[in-house]
Design a protein around this ligand. Sequence first.
Ligand code: NAD
Ligand code: LMR
Length: 340
Amino acid sequence: LLRSASQLLRRNRRRDYSAAAGGQPERKVAILGAAGGIGQPLALLMKLNPLVSSLSLYDIAGTPGVAADVSHINSPALVKGFVGEEQLGEALEGSDVVIIPAGVPRKPGMTRDDLFNINAGIVKGLCTAISKYCPNALVNMISNPVNSTVPIAAEVFKKAGTYDEKKLFGVTTLDVVRAKTFYAGKANVPVTEVNVPVVGGHAGITILPLFSQATPATNALCHEDIKALTKRTQDGGTEVVEAKAGKGSATLSMAYAGAVFADACLKGLNGVPNVVECSFVQSTVTELPFFASKVTLGKNGVEEVHGLGQLSDFEKEGLENLKGELKSSIEKGIKFAHAN
Ligand code: NAD
Ligand code: LMR
């Protein structure tokens, strides 16, 4: 018995080591909404990720074509397409990470909350299937309004008895991607070296970039610059929606952001140390039950939810101002899940 235990330990250590080296555990990733504007480029990026061994592409229409196309790329991930609800179970079974960009996007003049009526039901249905077919998967929620869809997912999982707060993530990486890009441009520092935490939620003023903590630090920016950078980050989604003029919202930058976050989840699962990304998760950082902040990702999902650190007076004010809207968006999601 002792010998087999030590063999198991050695094997697990080898598994950790190979994972830390960019490694080899078999990992299945499912994308729900894979034929959409985000889904297609995200499928491409996940097919290129060496940590993915199986890539499952699910949508209500169009996935056979996307899967056939992506599957010809000579990278290791085995790609399968699934279409229609009767194939959802097979698409999900055995998944380690499920990424959800299913649902309608905004048009000019709409808020993310205007998507609630359609997307809440879509997310609820997909999460019900996740709780049945891959209850241990890490769920990366992209569908808007994220401030409400994450609480909906949590309630669906609670009802099914499968909720694990360490495994549910609202994807806010695009806010970080934007904050990094805008800061680098304004501060004139190399964009690849920039880091900026973005906390709160994912809609308008609930998006709170913490430029006072940005690295590399700079004294080239005055208060007006920081205010403008904050506003541009908060309105980044609207900037794209308006530029696309009725043809949807961010898809390419979102696919990139979604791929960055899913990669971080996979690295965490594989035992790579110190993997930190911002995400909208169950939280005690403020009085709100869900909140985006820096999170360390580990073998079971969330390993640590980080606090906010030192805030500037401007950021403290932003934090107080966002709480009302974020609270009501969270409550709206919970109420929907209970009523439906
Ligand atoms: P899209 O319309 O191009 O694609 C959505 C896809 O979802 C379509 O292919 C559609 O068939 C599919 N779909 C609809 N119902 C489904 C169901 N029940 N099961 C599986 N698939 C289903 O939209 P998009 O541009 O890809 O955006 C998708 C969502 O992502 C929107 O809600 C958008 O607001 C959101 N979004 C979030 C972020 C973020 O930062 N979190 C960024 C950009 C967009
Ligand atoms: C974004 O931030 O680009 C997304 O949330 C899409 C949107 O509606 O703005």
